[in-house]
Each structure stands twice: as C-alpha cells, then as structure tokens.
Design a protein around this ligand. Structure first.
Ligand SMILES: Nc1ncnc2c1ncn2[C@@H]1O[C@H](COP(=O)(O)OP(=O)(O)OP(=O)(O)O)[C@@H](O)[C@H]1O
Ligand SMILES: [Mg+2]
Length: 319
C-alpha cells in the first residue's frame, strides 16, 4: 500500500448554478520515502489538489468525487478532529508565500512551539528545546536568539526555512510543498531545495513538490505528475520525462524551459491559447494547442494507458 493514494479526485466550485470541476478525476500515488513532482501550467489544478489532500479547500470549493487515502485512511471521509490531528502532524504543507504562513505579530519561536505543543505532549521547556533543534535542523544560526524574532526580521529565504521547520517539527510522513521557492531568488531557491532533499533523507519523509521549475523538480523528485486543465496528462519517472516525454503536453512544457542561449528569465510560452474551464469540453484539454490532435482528441478524453510508474493519457501514446 502506498503512503498516499489519490484516486479519481474531483474538485468543484459552484459557478452559474452548476458545479464546475477544476480537477476532473486525477489519480496518482506516492510511496513512503518517495518524492513526486506535480507540474503543469498556471490554473491546471495543482494547488487545489494539494489543498484537497489536506482538506483545506476554501469555501465554496469542495471535493466532488474520488478518494484520498493516506496510510489507508480515506481523508475525504475523515472527521474534522482527525484532520486537525493529521495536519501539521503526519501530513504537512508549506506554501509559496512564507509571510502568509506566519503570523506577523508573534515571534517565530512562539509559533513553532505552538505547533509542537499542539501535536506533542510536551512541557513549555521541552517545546522550546525542540523549537531550537528544529531551527538548527533547517540551518538557522543563533537559534536560541532567533526564537524571539518576528517574521519581518527574517529574509524571505530564512522565513521559508522557519516555515519548513514548522512543517517538519512533528515528523510528518508526507510533506506537501506548493511552490516553496517561487518567491525567492535563484540562489536561495537552490538552497531551499537542498534543504528539502536533506530533510527528506534525514527524516525519511515523502514529498509532493509542486513547481513551475522543472530543473528544481529534477533536483529532488524521482517521478512527476503532469496536470493540464484539471486532468492528468502523464505520470512518469522524471528521467524518462526529461529524456523522452510521451505526452505532447509534457513535450511542450519541456520546450518552455529557458535554454542557455535565451535571455535570462525569458520563458518560452507554449503556442496557442491556454485552456480555460469555461470552454472545457469532453475532449483532451490540450487538443486545441496540440500539433498531433485530430477530431477524436477534441471529442473524447483519452483513457489512461501504461502502468505505474509510467501512465499517459493521450490517444497518440505508443504510436
Ligand atoms: N474560488 C474559486 N472559484 C472558482 N474557481 C477557482 C477558485 N479557486 C481556484 N479556482 C480555479 O481552479 C483552477 C485550478 O487552480 P489552482 O490554483 O489549483 O491552479 P495551479 O495549478 O495551482 O496554478 P498556479 O500554477 O498558478 O498556482 C483554476 O482554473 C482556478 O481558476
Ligand atoms: Mg498553485
């Protein structure tokens, strides 16, 4: 049994008197100790998927179908008390914006100790000791003194380290990181990824790493799930994805990675207009932009072919 099994997950928002699904039946799994990337253009459903796993979807969004089995328990059916115990305990999430994850009016030490005290039967002193140990673990120097500092007294990269310390303080089995480095500059991004890799090894945690940066994903993930228009396009070992992507959308995504000869920071957009849910049809969402697409692609979404760890949803796969 995998640590996390997302099965046929649907997420919807009521829009104009009906429920529009923004995630439309996505399945993937993460084994214990495995790092899986979740990639795809903006709006493809990555964050909603992460929030649904944690049962943190914002109203009026809700899970419309499917199951999220964590360690065998279906979280879509779990009561709120179970979820509160799990969040920050066995499953943790780190978001892109470290400022929104920290309360500006409390010193980081208080926030860190609160997380520890919420999940562990510890005295104030023990919580404090663990908070110091966690800051040390994520590479923050002068940890004792830093406990008393407020979030604004940390740089962006250091704040992200604090958030990661909070996320791993109770030794989660699964850490979800939703674009944890996007707001940071390039050198700091690499440092945070190195930290996550180090923590994964030391703490033996599994990672769901959501990113737009395929290079960073390659640094830390062994498998990648590619989403588009709320559907899985491909689920593939990272190496295979990088060397021989099967899905035309994966190929297009890889073509967007800036190359050495490009101006720094320049992205190569995929040709054609990005998918919008408003015009979502039954067909493959990538069909309107796909060089291979024919009438069937536009009409009918392809079934998944292949087997874990390499699945593809494309009428042209294998041809
Ligand atoms: N409150 C809402 N009401 C309606 N639709 C929403 C709401 N929140 C998100 N969506 C839609 O859900 C879809 C998926 O959004 P999501 O945030 O998961 O994308 P993402 O892949 O994380 O994108 P990004 O890379 O920009 O973070 C988008 O089309 C978005 O417009
Ligand atoms: Mg997102």
């Amino acid at each position: 049994m995998a640590l996390l099994e997302v099965e046929n997950l649907g997420i919807g928002f009521p829009t104009g008197g009906r429920i529009v699904e923004v995630v439309r039946g996505v399945s993937f799994k993460i084994e214990a100790g495995e790092s899986v990337g979740l990639v795809g253009e903006s709006g493809s459903g990555k964050s909603q998927t992460a929030l649904a796993i944690m049962r943190l979807l914002r109203e009026p969004g809700r899970i419309t179908r499917g199951a999220v089995r964590f360690d065998g328990t279906d979280l879509t059916q779990a009561d709120e008390a179970t979820m509160r115990r799990l969040r920050g305990g066995a499953v943790s999430i780190v978001f892109q914006d470290a400022l929104s994850g920290l309360n500006p009016v409390f010193p980081v030490g208080v926030q860190l100790m609160d997380v520890i005290a919420a999940h562990r039967d510890v005295t104030r002193e023990q919580a404090r000791e663990r908070a110091v140990a966690m800051l040390n673990l994520v590479g923050i120097r002068n940890a004792e003194e830093r406990l008393g500092h407020f979030p604004h007294q940390f740089s962006g990269g250091m704040r992200q380290r604090v958030l990661i310390a909070m996320a791993v303080a109770c030794e989660p089995k699964l850490l979800i990181a939703d674009e944890p480095t996007t707001a940071l500059d390039v050198t700091v991004q690499a440092q945070i990824v190195a930290l996550l890799r180090d923590l994964r090894e030391r703490l033996g945690l599994s990672l769901l790493f959501i990113t737009h940066n395929l290079d960073l994903m390659g640094e830390i993930c062994s498998r990648a799930v590619v989403l588009y228009g709320g559907l899985m396009m491909e689920d593939s070992p990272v190496e295979t994805l990088f060397t021989a992507p099967s899905h035309p959308y994966s190929r297009a995504l890889l073509d967007c990675v800036p190359r050495l000869e490009d101006e720094p920071g320049m992205l190569r957009p995929i040709e054609g207009a990005a998918f919008t849910l408003a015009t979502a049809e039954a067909g493959c969402p990538f069909a309107p932009r796909c060089v291979l697409a024919d009438a069937r692609c536009g009409r009918e979404h392809p079934p998944e072919t292949g087997q874990h760890p390499h699945r593809i949803a494309c009428w042209w796969s294998g041809s």
